[in-house]
Write a protein that binds this ligand. Structure first.
Ligand SMILES: Cc1ncc(COP(=O)(O)O)c(C=O)c1O
Length: 371
C-alpha cells in the first residue's frame, strides 16, 4: 500500500489556494485573530459581504456568510421547514440534502434527472409535473449537481423559476464560482423567493477554512436574521476568501487545466469496455462501472496511491465519482485504471485498445512541476 494517498474522493482541490491566500496567513495580526470584527459599527456587515456586494452589484443586506454552504443549507431548512412541509430535491443529488430534511422531519419528494447524449440533464417537463403534484414549501436545485456534474442552463433556470413562486427555491451553486454572477441581480429581482448558495471550498480550493455565502431575495430576507452573526464571522477566513477573489488568473488557469483533463478522461473511458463517463461542468466526473469491480479496483487504486469515491446510493451504486486532481495526478490515475483493466482483462472481459492520443497527452504532461 502506498504511504501517502492522493484523495480524489471528496471534491476537494489538490492544487491548493492562490499564493495571496497564504500571504494573509503569513501576515495575520491581532485584529484578525484576537478581536471581533468592527464592521458592524461602520454600517457594513463584514469585509467579505461588502466585497461580494460590490462584485455582484447587489445590496449587502442580501448576503449572508456561513461555515461553508453545508451550514447555510442546513440553516435554510431549519429556518423555513417543519414536519408539515415538503421539500423537493433532485433524485440524484448530494446525500446531505436528505439528511437535512430528515433532521426537521419534513416530507421529502424527488424529481428525476435524465441521461441524454452527453450525460445527466434536468428534465424540466417532469420536474414541473412533479412540482405541481407535490406543492413543496421548498425546492432544491443543484447546479452543477453532485454527483452527476450537470448544470441547469440560464434558460432552463428562468423557465423553472417562473413556475415556482409559491415555494422557497434554494439554488446550490457550490461548484460554480460565478456562472450566475452577471444575472444575480436580475434573478433576485424577478424571483424574490430565491436563495443562492455559494462556497469558497471548491473553485477557490478553500474547503478547510469553511466559508460560504448565501444571497437571498426580498421574500426570504428573514433568513438573514436567522443566520446573522452579530459579533462577526471568521476574520481570517474572510481575508483569505478576499485574497482568493483577488486572484482570478490563478483560478482560471486551474479551471482550464481541469477542462483539458476532463476531455482526456472522457476519451480514455470511452475506450474502456464497461465504463461510461458522464459529461461534467464541475471539478469531478461520474463514471459508471461494473459493480463487480468495486472491491478489486478500490484495492488496486489504493495500492497505486489513489482514493476515489465508489458510490453506494440507491440509484447510483455502480458508479465512481472521481475528483479532478492536478494534471499529473489525473494522468497517473488514468494510467492506473488502464493498467487495472489490462491486468484484469480476462476476468472482466475488458479489452484495452491502444491509444496513441492518450500517450501523447501523458508525454506532454509529465513535466508538471510540484503541484
Ligand atoms: C452540492 C454541494 N453543496 C454544498 C456542499 C458543501 O460545501 P461547503 O460546506 O464546503 O461549502 C457540497 C460539498 O461537497 C456539495 O457537494
Amino acid at each position: 500500500m502506498a504511504h501517502s494517498l492522493i484523495y480524489l474522493d471528496r471534491n476537494e482541490s489538490n492544487y491548493g489556494p492562490a499564493p495571496k491566500c497564504y500571504d494573509v496567513l503569513r501576515t495575520a495580526g491581532l485584529e484578525s485573530m484576537s478581536w471581533y470584527s468592527r464592521e458592524f459599527g461602520t454600517g457594513s456587515k463584514s469585509i467579505l459581504t461588502a466585497r461580494l456586494a460590490a462584485d455582484l452589484q447587489i445590496d449587502e443586506s442580501s448576503i449572508i456568510l456561513g461555515y461553508g454552504a453545508e451550514d447555510l443549507l442546513k440553516q435554510s431548512v431549519q429556518c423555513f421547514l417543519t414536519k408539515d412541509d415538503t421539500i423537493l430535491i433532485p433524485s440524484y443529488s448530494w446525500w446531505y440534502y436528505k439528511q437535512l430534511a430528515a433532521e426537521v422531519g419534513c416530507k421529502q419528494a424527488e424529481y428525476p434527472l435524465v441521461i441524454r447524449e452527453n450525460g445527466y440533464e434536468y428534465d424540466i417537463d417532469s420536474f414541473l409535473e412533479i412540482y405541481s403534484e407535490v406543492k413543496p414549501s421548498m425546492v432544491f436545485i443543484s447546479s452543477p449537481n453532485n454527483p452527476t456534474g450537470n448544470a441547469i442552463s440560464p434558460i432552463e433556470l428562468h423557465e423553472i423559476l417562473h413556475h415556482l413562486s409559491e415555494s422557497i427555491v434554494v439554488l446550490d451553486e457550490a461548484y460554480s464560482s460565478k456562472s450566475t454572477n452577471s444575472m444575480m441581480k436580475e434573478l433576485l429581482t424577478k424571483h424574490p423567493n430565491l436563495i443562492i448558495m455559494r462556497t469558497f471550498s471548491k473553485y477557490y480550493a478553500l474547503a478547510g477554512i469553511r466559508i460560504g455565502y448565501a444571497v437571498v431575495g426580498e421574500k426570504v430576507k428573514e433568513f438573514t436574521k436567522f443566520t446573522n452573526r452579530y459579533l462577526g464571522y471568521n476574520r481570517l477566513s474572510e481575508q483569505i476568501a478576499i485574497a482568493a477573489l483577488d486572484s482570478p488568473e490563478y483560478y482560471e488557469e486551474i479551471a482550464e487545466k481541469m477542462t483539458q483533463d476532463k476531455e482526456m478522461m472522457y476519451e480514455e473511458f470511452s475506450r474502456l469496455n464497461g465504463f461510461t463517463a458522464y459529461h461534467s461542468v464541475a471539478n469531478f466526473i461520474l463514471v459508471k462501472i461494473p459493480r463487480s469491480m468495486y472491491t478489486s479496483l478500490d484495492t488496486y487504486l489504493k495500492n497505486r496511491g489513489f482514493v476515489v469515491k465508489f458510490m453506494n446510493e440507491e440509484l447510483l451504486n455502480s458508479h465512481l465519482r472521481i475528483t479532478l486532481g492536478t494534471q499529473k495526478q489525473n494522468s497517473n490515475l488514468m494510467n492506473a485504471i488502464n493498467d487495472y483493466c489490462r491486468e484484469n482483462a480476462h476476468e472482466q472481459e475488458i479489452h484495452r485498445i491502444f491509444q496513441p492520443a492518450y500517450h501523447e497527452f501523458r508525454k506532454e504532461n509529465t513535466h508538471e512541476a510540484a503541484l
